[in-house]
Design a protein around this ligand. Structure first.
Ligand code: ADP
Ligand code: MG
Length: 220
């Protein structure tokens, strides 16, 4: 069984009279223990695809299944239940609650999912180079720190499927290696990982690279 399976995903947006086809027939599977990088130019549909895979957005066509269970075209509470049970998700923004500290953001994710223990939070933050930032509110974080704090939230419940949109866009090379090691660690302990990235360093460590252009997967 695939950890995640997407068949023929379509997503259309309408801007005035114009129709944008953000996804056109995307077929994709993610396997447990596999680290997959998703690459593509700006506007190619990467973020839309991630949102549809995570059940945050609903595709206009096609089906996403998670651990053999269909997620598409189910009421939001059911999608939310599947998300909480199976997914860790890092989007490009909006990953943290501004009124909660970094620690409280991570703890909340543990409570929602029913997995992970508060005693693990400091170790998790340390593994992402965020020592000393547990008590800080998101407004005081740099872009790169906020992305890694969001990643800590995504990792908090040891998700079986981890989806991340450009987790290392704003970090230096040494910090990027820390993040890559942590992502690979999640795979080796039995997760499936899909990372949207422009980073050659990250793509070089992937088990599989998928390219997307104009909403379609390009087969090399
Ligand atoms: P990427 O993440 O690869 O940069 P996106 O998935 O954000 O690309 O966008 C894919 C296409 O869909 C782009 O043309 C973008 O303008 C369009 N798009 C994405 N989200 C929306 C939206 N909410 N409304 C209208 N157009 C959108
Ligand atoms: Mg994007």
């Amino acid at each position: 069984m695939f950890a995640l399976e997407a068949t023929e995903l379509y997503r259309f947006f309408h801007a005035g009279d114009e129709e944008v086809v953000a996804l056109r027939g995307v077929v994709l599977t993610l396997n447990t223990g596999e680290f997959t990088a998703l690459r593509g130019p700006s506007g190619s549909g990467k973020s839309t695809l991630l949102a549809c895979l995570a059940g945050i957005d609903e595709p206009d066509g096609g089906v996403v299944s998670v651990m053999g269970e269909r997620m598409t075209r189910r009421p939001e509470p059911e999608r939310a239940r599947l998300r909480a049970r199976h997914f860790g998700v890092l989007m490009q923004s909006g990953n943290l609650f501004d009124h909660l500290t970094v620690r409280a953001n991570v703890r909340l994710q543990m409570e929602i999912s029913g997995r992970g223990a508060p005693g693990e939070i400091d170790g998790l933050l340390g593994s992402l180079g965020l020592d000393g930032l547990a008590g800080v509110f998101p407004v005081h974080l740099s872009g790169g720190e906020a992305a890694r704090a969001g990643l800590a939230v995504a990792l908090a419940a040891k998700p079986s499927i981890l989806l991340c949109d450009e987790p290392t866009a704003e970090v230096d090379a040494a910090t990027e290696q820390l993040v890559i090691d942590r992502l690979i660690g999640n795979c080796r302990s039995g997760g499936a990982v899909l990372i949207v990235t422009h980073s050659p360093a990250l793509a070089a460590r992937a088990d599989r690279i998928i390219d997307i252009r104009d909403g379609g997967i390009v087969h090399g």
